[in-house]
Design a protein. Sequence first.
Length: 156
Amino acid sequence: MLKRIVALGVMLVMLFGFAGCSGGKGIWFIIGDIGDFSAEAPEEHPVITKLIKSVNELQRFCDESGIRYGGEKYDESYFNEKALLVYSFVNESISITIHIDSLKVDNETMTINITRRVPRGGQLDAVAYRFYAFEVNQSDIAKIDDIQISRKDKYK
């Protein structure tokens, strides 16, 4: 039993040690309910990374992008403390799985760290349009003026 506790302690120290060496501050997030967002299937699928901090910004985003929001969650009271980060892109294959590893903040830049699990053999089938709505604290993103994507592929 003591060996298990020591091993667990060592693993936790290593985990927090590696997280601290990554160069940026990770921020808390949850992936919001995307069921209230919809859009016509566009002929082109642009990559969208948009940080939304108010109801007016959400409305402007919807007007400009053609994406509709029909829910009630993201209202004035929501944006008092939280913000919404919208990220959408084309996934080249439905066989490729996506894992959002973290959101990191370094100075005025937020980085979305992604790991893709890609099947060996390079089989590409139907493309899929992916849409994420990250809910973050306003205080964590107050000074953000740039959003970047860091993507690594792991082959399965």
